[in-house]
Design a binder for this molecule. Structure first.
Ligand SMILES: Nc1ncnc2c1ncn2[C@@H]1O[C@H](COP(=O)(O)OP(=O)(O)OP(=O)(O)O)[C@@H](O)[C@H]1O
Length: 271
């Protein structure tokens, strides 16, 4: 049996009232989830279902109202060293006044590594994300996709056990997005890390994952966990052309659509 890396136990989160007339916002109501060691698990769900809230609780950035998140059986009460985060907004996560090398080195310096080890890690992580020799460039000199590669390099330089990513590819074009998806699969193979990945893109969740967890409408719980039994060796053209791929995306899309109470707003998910 696979080891459990992360356990989410009966997690509840209600944001406190913002004024006298605001009762507060109950977002998570009893989320239970286990993430296996080395697994790639994606979280999808209707817009506003609480995906980011759940990720923030998992990574120790937000205290749950009740319930617990355990990393290797230890309750998380603050951001643990073993977890690295990558967000959608790379332009805010990289420091524009520091070059790429310094951006990647910053958390390593905080970890107390010596200069030689830091320089080695910066170069090898840049090579892993296809940005050899870019250490001296500044974030504003790079395209959006390249900046997100730097954010991924910074996360892997840290040698985390778990990588938590919140819609990391939502702001890049379709071709770059496919390249970054493959980069993530390569990073997963090289590092053996566990991935928890939030996306609005059902196809992306099927392409990348071992399992996809579907969050319900708020106050949310896990509606369904879908095992993705596709061959481990994924390929943008062949994997996406498999009949099982279409069946899985149709199933997940249908489940999310059934969760959404009809409104006049256009659907966010497309198939
Ligand atoms: N700091 C906060 N204070 C109060 N309410 C909040 C706060 N952050 C989020 N919310 C509310 O919690 C709900 C869930 O938000 P969250 O961002 O977690 O959902 P999401 O599934 O990630 O959203 P999206 O699909 O838009 O990315 C929303 O109704 C949001 O307005």
């Amino acid at each position: 049996m696979t080891d459990i890396r992360l356990t989410i136990e009966d997690l509840h989160k209600t944001y406190p009232p913002r004024g006298r007339k605001d009762p507060g916002t109950e977002v998570l109501r009893g989320v239970n989830l286990e993430v296996h060691d080395g697994e790639f698990l994606s979280i999808v769900g209707p817009s506003g279902a609480g995906k980011t809230t759940l990720l923030r609780c998992i990574s120790g950035l937000l205290a749950p109202t009740s319930g617990r998140v355990l990393l290797d059986n230890q309750e998380i009460t603050a951001p643990p060293r073993e977890i690295a985060l990558v967000f959608q907004d790379y332009s805010r996560s990289l420091y524009p006044w520091m070059n790429v090398g310094k951006n990647i080195a910053l958390p390593l310096r905080a970890q107390g590594l010596d200069k030689g080890e830091i320089a080695k890690r910066v170069e090898s992580c840049l090579a892993s994300v296809g940005l050899e020799g870019a250490a001296g460039r500044y974030p504003w000199q790079l395209s959006g996709g390249m900046q997100q590669r730097v954010a991924i390099a910074r996360a892997i330089a840290y040698q985390p056990e778990v990588m938590v990513l919140d819609e990391p590819f939502a702001s890049v074009d379709a071709q770059t997005r496919n390249d970054l998806e493959d980069l993530l699969l390569q990073v997963r193979q090289e590092t053996g890390a566990t991935f928890v990945f939030v996306t609005h893109d059902v196809d992306e969740s099927v392409y990348l994952s071992d399992r996809v967890a579907i969050l319900s409408q708020t106050p949310s719980h896990i509606e369904e966990i879908v095992p993705i039994g596709l061959p481990a060796d994924r390929n943008q053209l062949e994997t996406r052309a498999l009949p099982e791929f279409s069946e899985l995306r149709a199933h997940i899309f249908g489940t999310i659509r059934n969760l959404v109470v009809p409104t006049n707003t256009p659907p966010e998910y497309t198939i």
